[in-house]
Design a protein around this ligand. Structure first.
Ligand code: PHE
Length: 335
């Protein structure tokens, strides 16, 4: 009788049965069939042990223990694997539970409008440039032909800062208009120029539903030879049409700005109402002189539009203060 051969056969068969057990109940049946104390096939092997020759006994005994240990380990390992698989497919994950809603962020309505303005003006060939929000008097006033005694320079109408300018050494203030960027651009570039600049401006206005001490403007500047006011009006009405549709009309009213001549207020008709959206005009020769351009050679037009105005009308918001309160119940309605 080949005892060791019988052991090997037993081992092979039981390991195969363990591997084939599809669930915990089937595995338990395999354990009973092979290793059960009462009727398991292991009992047959034990009987063989007793029939071994005396000198064979130590080898056979050792082998018997090895087989038993290997099968016990395989049973245990398979049980763990089956339990994990069962846990994964059933109880622990309930697909019917409502998930955690990931709330994505969105752009602020003013940022959305700014992005759209950049895009529209870009299609008209205007490059976007930026300028600093802390300005010196040259860029906010002097080069824009706003003299020392002009009421717009009244300290009570501006946010002057308590420190001196790092470059100029003179007084600095939070810019009150984006027209500063016209000067900065012309100081650095030669005509032709076609730029827009969108950003914040600051004025100590009394805050109410239509006024804020900080708001946004879009400044536009075009400098070239043979520039006319008709081109200015065309650009502004094309811009308004692109943003709001073909029914929108643009109207100019005579006005005054120190840096444009002639100057106009720009109104836009939206539905039944005319709404003032900003100022514009032909660049004043004095401005060209202050940046070293020859006013005989070049003309230009400039405009400054209030972005909040568009934003309020576009989104149907009736109080400018809502934009700055960071209330998600308000902000999450847009976009
Ligand atoms: N800077 C002017 C303002 O803030 C607007 C403006 C810009 C007017 C350019 C004319 C030309 O009111």
């Amino acid at each position: 009788m080949d005892i060791l051969g019988a052991f090997a056969e037993f081992e092979t068969q039981s390991l195969a049965a363990i591997a084939a057990a599809a669930d915990e109940a089937a595995l338990e049946q395999v354990r009973v069939d092979y290793m059960g104390q009462k009727s398991g096939r292991i009992r047959d092997l034990q009987k063989l042990l007793g029939m071994a020759d005396k000198d064979q006994k130590p080898v056979v005994g050792k082998r018997f223990n090895e087989v038993r240990t290997a099968i016990s380990a395989a049973l245990e390992e398979r049980a763990v694997g089956l339990r994990a698989a069962a846990a994964e497919t059933s109880s622990s994950f309930d697909v019917t539970l409502p998930g955690t809603v990931q709330r994505g962020g969105r752009l602020h309505p003013i940022t959305q409008v700014i992005n759209e303005f950049r895009e529209l003006m870009g299609r008209f060939g205007f490059t976007v440039v930026d300028g600093p929000e802390i300005e010196d008097e040259r860029h906010n006033f002097e080069a824009l032909n706003i003299p020392e005694d002009h009421p717009a320079r009244d300290p009570l109408d501006n946010f002057y800062l308590a420190c001196a300018g790092a470059v100029s050494g003179g007084p600095v203030l939070l810019r009150s208009q984006t027209s500063t960027v016209q000067i900065r651009t012309m100081e650095q570039t030669q005509p032709p120029i076609r730029i827009v600049s969108l950003g914040r401006v600051y004025r100590p206005d009394t805050i109410d539903a239509t006024h804020s001490c900080m708001f946004h403007q879009m400044e536009g500047l075009l400098v070239d030879r043979h520039v006319t006011m008709a081109q200015l009006k065309t650009v502004l009405s094309q811009f308004a049409h692109s943003f709001l549709g073909p029914d929108v009309e643009i109207r100019f009213r005579p006005s005054f700005f120190p840096f444009t001549e002639p100057s106009v207020e720009v109104d836009m008709r939206w539905g039944d109402t005319w709404m003032e959206i900003g100022g514009a005009g032909m660049v004043d020769p004095a401005v060209f002189e202050s940046v070293g351009y020859d006013p005989e050679e070049y003309q230009g037009f400039a405009f400054g539009l209030g972005i909040e105005r568009f934003c309020m009308k576009h989104f149907g918001v009736d109080d400018i203060r809502r934009f700055y309160e960071n209330d998600l119940r308000f902000l999450s309605q847009f976009g």
